[in-house]
Design a binder for this molecule. Structure first.
Ligand code: PLZ
Length: 452
């Protein structure tokens, strides 16, 4: 049995030894035992990328039940941005859990929910009057943003983009572009969802203005502004491949939306909270969305999500029209307040910009010596390499999978992504040290060299 042993299990947080340490093969025997139990007990549809039993994490490492310490370049998919088991988050969670764990905000309101809403209203882009509502997951936030936009406009159609990812619930599956693994066999999907072409500079070569004109033409011809409630887009597309749109693309979309009374929703679930070197990626493009969806990094690992936006739009839903049993759970809100204080007090956006420099310099150097890296791109601590044939640009998913697998075997957690599955993404926690990040990138370089 791989039951956690209180004596040998290290405590998480930044005091964990910040080192890559392999004492067994990955997975070691205790991890293998858990994975066998998982295979027997957990539905096959719930996959895993890193074959370990995690027992502790913090700073820039994840420790497994066999005593291996892996460098974390994934942050649990961009969640533990402040650092795993961040001491202030842990303390806030412990204190709140001892006070009360739940009342249901819709039954008996409490202060921390309101304080999170105030913080979001203050910190998100734009100095207009704002309001927020809290939920449990990114998908739930996106669903509610669409509900709010429909109620506000009295229109039904919603536009999402090629390469977009917005979740796994029924409406957000419809909004998500990629069939496998997210949608295949799970339909029928929600109606009145349309898809427009995105800006993907490495593959379409279009300027931001031209890519926007192409998308806007589709909106006007296929839907008509009068029918369109919302345009929904990730400022940097995450699961779709860390695609940074060409300059001016998002700005032109926002301008068009504003001219036609269409609600512009920025899905900042993955890009939000310092990840891209600003508190919100929208700031890096100089756009002010009408609504912003957030989750992931907001609460240091606790499940919390939000919709924040123009007060008059947010107030369109009738009293009782928005909510949910757990939305804005007090323990998650306490965690969020601690995480948000860390983002602000420790200037974590600046740390993300430092990591951007390290990541891009190292990966650009790697690209110089290896033409199979077609593109290095990203913002802040959200950087990726796209593997492609040097001549035809044909996506090389097999190479991305082989490199990621080799990195994990060598004790470095990296994740793949991309519509074509040919992208390796780097999402380190902002609490990682430069030495550990560089060691992780050394391992990536040697894993890539081994595939030649
Ligand atoms: N919007 C932009 O990135 C979640 C998905 C992992 P939830 N991305 C990770 C997986 O395979 O399920 C995401 C996102 C963007 C929405 C979501 C959905 O957020 O908290 O997973 O519901």
């Amino acid at each position: 049995m791989s039951t956690i042993d209180a004596v040998t299990t290290p405590l998480g947080g930044p005091t964990l030894p910040q080192e890559r340490r392999l004492v067994t093969e990955i997975p070691g025997p205790r991890s293998q035992e858990l994975l066998a139990r998982k295979a027997a007990a957990v539905a096959a549809g719930v996959g895993h990328t890193v074959p370990i039993e995690a027992v502790a994490a913090g700073g820039g490492v994840v420790v497994d039940a066999d005593g291996n310490s892996l460098i974390d370049l994934g942050s649990g998919i961009a969640v533990t941005t402040v650092g795993n088991a961040h001491p202030a988050v842990v303390a806030a969670v412990q204190a709140q859990a001892a006070q009360f764990t739940h009342t249901c905000f819709m039954i008996s309101p409490y202060e921390s929910y309101v304080a999170v809403a105030e913080a979001l209203n203050r910190l998100t882009p734009g100095d207009h009057a704002k309001k927020s509502a809290l939920f449990n997951s990114g998908a739930e936030a996106v669903e509610n943003a669409v509900k709010i936009a429909r109620k506000h406009t009295g229109r039904q159609a919603v536009v999402a983009f090629d390469h977009g990812y917005h979740g796994r619930t029924n409406l957000t599956m419809a909004l998500t572009a990629k069939s496998m693994p997210y949608k295949s066999g799970f339909g029928p999907f929600a109606p009145e969802v349309y898809r427009a072409p995105a800006s993907y500079p490495f593959r379409d070569g279009l300027s931001g203005a031209d890519a926007a004109a192409r998308a806007i033409s589709l909106l006007e011809k296929q839907i008509g502004a009068d029918n369109l409630a919302a345009v929904l887009i990730e400022p940097v597309q995450g699961e779709g491949g860390f695609i940074v749109p060409a300059d001016g693309f998002l700005n032109a979309l926002v301008d068009w939306c504003r001219a036609h009374g269409v609600v512009f929703i920025a899905d900042e679930v993955q890009t939000g909270f310092a990840r891209t070197g600003a508190l919100f990626a929208s700031e890096r493009f100089g756009i002010v969305p009408d609504l912003i969806t957030t989750a992931k990094g907001i609460a240091g690992g606790l499940p919390l999500a939000a919709v924040t936006g123009r007060a008059e739009i947010m107030d369109a839903a009738h009293p009782g029209g928005l909510g949910g049993t757990y939305g804005g759970n007090p323990v998650a809100c306490a965690a969020a307040l601690a995480a948000i204080a860390a983002f602000e007090d420790d200037d974590l956006p600046a740390r993300a910009r430092q990591l951007e420099t390290v990541l891009k310099n190292r990966l650009a150097a790697l690209q110089q010596s290896d033409p199979r890296i077609g593109d290095v791109r990203g913002l802040g601590a959200m950087v990726a390499v796209e593997f492609a044939d040097p001549v035809t640009k044909a996506p090389d998913a097999a190479l991305a999978a082989a490199v990621a697998k080799a990195c994990i075997a060598k004790g470095v957690i990296v994740l793949t992504c991309g519509t074509y599955g040919n992208v390796i993404r780097f999402l380190p926690p902002l609490s990682i040290g430069d030495d550990l990040l560089n060691e992780g990138l050394d391992v990536v370089a040697s894993a890539l060299a081994d595939t030649r």
